[in-house]
Design a protein around this ligand. Structure first.
Ligand code: AMP
Ligand code: MG
Length: 424
């Protein structure tokens, strides 16, 4: 069976492929066909694994729990000693505390005081919680209504020795490092971090620290891109600003592709600028330029330069963030070995703003999700939605996603939102 990916230029043969208006899902699907995870593995200590992706299953070397133990504070006993509809009194012969087990056996007519996590003593098959007992003078009285095996956690109930506790492709979060530690495992195999090189293009860009000349602006995209990549756990390689000069760009693309798994640029993909970048990239690799049916973030380039994946993001600061979150994020997760990639969740809430929206493109407006006094969620728009207004991203806590066919939105309409917080 062959799963070879067709070259990018062959996509133009597909019936529904129009590079001048490619729908968001189609662009995602095409990019996904070209991605396979990096295959270099590292061994790291449990704490160092936080934020990384497991490269191998973690197999449990032990049964979890390792012994039958109590889920409650109470008494360990034999169910056969209890009566369904009458009280019985049992002799307390000892205690089993977490970490300090009872050494003997529970015989007929006997019980052992047991605490949560305490090892269930030999002979006992049931735990009666303390609240259902009356203790007096070394004995305990218990009524009916108990079931065999209640409040007793069996050895291996959570996980049996030899079973996978975690799967390859799993991101390691606080729960996972705790779980790995609970198995007594000190080191795990993770994929190496993805190396991502990025630079900004544009003659108008100035780096912070230098004064602005006429018509110049500070380069902000390198900072947002740095932030988004760092939160995704990538190794970032900041290559600075590159002028709109074919020679300098060629050198920058070549260097980036030789040192990184992924190259990201901003600017230079819009009409007017794209032509010479296109020519250059077609010389160095295989890259397609798309006008995505979306707002903001219409122009996007994707392809390969040598072995490196290339994402050419638009120049406008909001477009950079939207295209990163909607296309690059998933791709980087997949390349990092994450499996499966969960799409960012969306849910519907009423929109309290009136929104202008033209059918024919997907829009990602910036929204503020909030709760009213009765606890009901609603969303409003941040205000001006220009793709150069980075403040709209900073004020927002969610995207309002308006589907391709959607027209204007009147106040009170239910809209899809995607929470930004924690989406890294
Ligand atoms: P371009 O796609 O290169 O035509 O850029 C579109 C718009 O985004 C222009 O107004 C640029 O000045 C602006 N822009 C491009 N790159 C950056 C950057 N790195 N930081 C801030 N704004 C930028
Ligand atoms: Mg430019």
């Amino acid at each position: 069976m062959s799963n070879a990916t067709p070259p990018l230029h062959e996509l133009s043969c597909a019936d529904d492929y129009d590079p001048n208006s490619i729908p968001v899902p189609k662009a995602r699907e095409v990019i996904a066909r070209f991605l396979s995870p990096i295959n270099t593995i590292e061994r790291v200590s449990v704490r160092a694994a936080l934020g990384r992706v497991l490269a191998e299953d973690v197999i449990s070397p032990v049964d979890v729990p390792s012994h039958d133990n109590s889920a409650m504070d109470g008494y360990a006993l034999r169910i056969a000693d209890l009566k369904a509809d009458a009280k019985v009194t049992l002799k307390v012969t000892g205690s089993s505390f977490a970490g300090v087990p009872f050494k003997g056996k529970v015989g007929a007519g006997e019980t052992v005081r047991i605490m949560t996590g305490g090892v269930v003593p030999e002979g006992a098959d049931t735990i009666v919680m303390q609240e259902h007992t009356e203790a007096r003078d070394g004995a305990v009285t218990i009524g009916g209504g108990h079931k065999k095996g209640q409040n007793l956690r069996k050895a291996g109930e959570d996980l049996q020795q030899g079973q996978p506790a975690l799967r390859r492709g799993q991101p390691v979060r606080p729960a996972e490092i705790g779980l790995i530690a609970s198995l007594g495992i000190a080191e795990v195999s993770v994929y190496r971090k993805l190396r991502v090189a990025f630079f900004s293009t544009g003659d108008e860009l100035v780096s912070i620290g230098s004064p602005l000349g006429e018509g110049q602006i500070y380069d902000s995209n390198r900072y947002t891109i740095y932030g988004m990549l760092t939160r995704l756990g990538c190794e970032v390689i900041d290559m600075g600003v590159v002028r709109d000069d074919p020679k300098l760009l060629e050198a920058a693309f070549k260097e980036a592709a030789s040192i990184a798994d992924v190259v990201i640029t901003s600017g230079g993909v819009s009409v007017g600028e794209a032509d010479f970048v296109k020519e250059l990239l077609n010389k160095l690799g295989e890259v397609v330029f798309w006008k995505i049916a979306m707002k903001p973030g219409r122009p996007l380039a994707y392809g390969k330069i040598g072995n490196a994946h290339f994402f050419g993001l638009p120049g406008n600061p909001v477009s950079v963030m939207v295209t990163f979150y909607q296309f690059v994020r998933d791709a980087l997760l997949k390349l990092s070995g994450r499996d499966p990639i969960e799409a960012l969740p969306t849910f519907k809430v009423p929109c309290t703003s009136t929104l202008k929206k033209a059918p024919g493109r997907t829009e990602f407006q910036r929204g503020i999700l909030s709760r009213d006094g009765s606890g009901n969620l609603s969303v409003r728009v941040t205000g001006e939605q220009g793709s150069g207004i980075l403040r709209s991203m900073s004020e927002a806590n969610c995207f309002i996603i308006l589907a391709i066919e959607q027209g204007n939105v009147t106040s009170g309409t239910m809209v899809d939102v995607q929470v930004m917080d924690g989406i890294i």
